[in-house]
Design a protein around this ligand. Structure first.
Ligand SMILES: [Zn+2]
Length: 193
């Protein structure tokens, strides 16, 4: 039986990602495909086009992964992981990723094309004194008196700073307003509230 026939039988002639039955093609999941059915999925040309062209991604199309990520076929899980990783900034794909369990070997395969790697390496995470992750828009309280650079102002311990923003280049700094004054604050002197 040809690989195409095997995949049609496995998938009941549906895209293994979005369940479309149009324009189905054998997609060899890179980079290690040996051209056998375990390393390949049957997918529609629409899905494959978006996999191969990150700029062409239609976010809502990939809601289909809600169902297909639960496939028992590792190659499908791997592609689901890659697409969810690519889209994780949207929020809901991150929630699905958190539920998608891949064993070590499969995860290595999933990461092999470099999806998501760049982001993780450069990602700057801001944490408060207790190690709690801070995000733009959070409110914090100062845990000690801070002298505000370039002014005579002292921001008192216990002062709440609302709607902080994050220094994109440095995990140690956030900014926020104390009274009318925008100040830079070192993350280890704040606690999230
Ligand atoms: Zn599809």
């Amino acid at each position: 039986m040809s690989i195409s026939k095997k995949l049609h039988a496995r998938s009941e002639s549906k895209c293994e990602l979005c369940a479309s039955d149009e324009d189905l093609i054998v997609y060899e999941v890179p980079p290690t495909s040996k051209g056998n059915e375990d390393d390949s999925i049957l997918a529609c040309s629409n899905c494959i086009h978006q996999i191969e062209n990150p700029d062409a991604m239609i976010v809502n199309h990939w809601r289909c992964l809600n169902d297909s990520m639960w496939s028992e076929i590792t190659a499908v899980q791997v592609v689901a992981w890659r697409m969810l990783t690519r889209l994780k900034a949207e929020g809901w794909p991150q929630d699905l990723l958190d539920m998608l369990y891949l064993d070590e070997e499969s995860l290595e395969w999933a990461k092999a094309t470099g999806e998501g790697v760049e982001e993780d390496e450069h990602k700057i995470v801001h944490r408060d004194v207790n190690g709690v992750v801070l995000q733009a828009g959070d409110s914090v309280v100062l845990i000690k008196d801070l002298k505000v650079k370039g002014s005579s102002l002292i921001a008192k311990q216990g002062t709440a700073v609302r709607r902080i923003s994050l220094d994109r280049d440095n995990a140690e700094y956030i900014e926020g307003k104390v009274g009318p004054t925008q100040i830079v604050i070192i993350t280890k002197y704040v606690k999230k509230i």
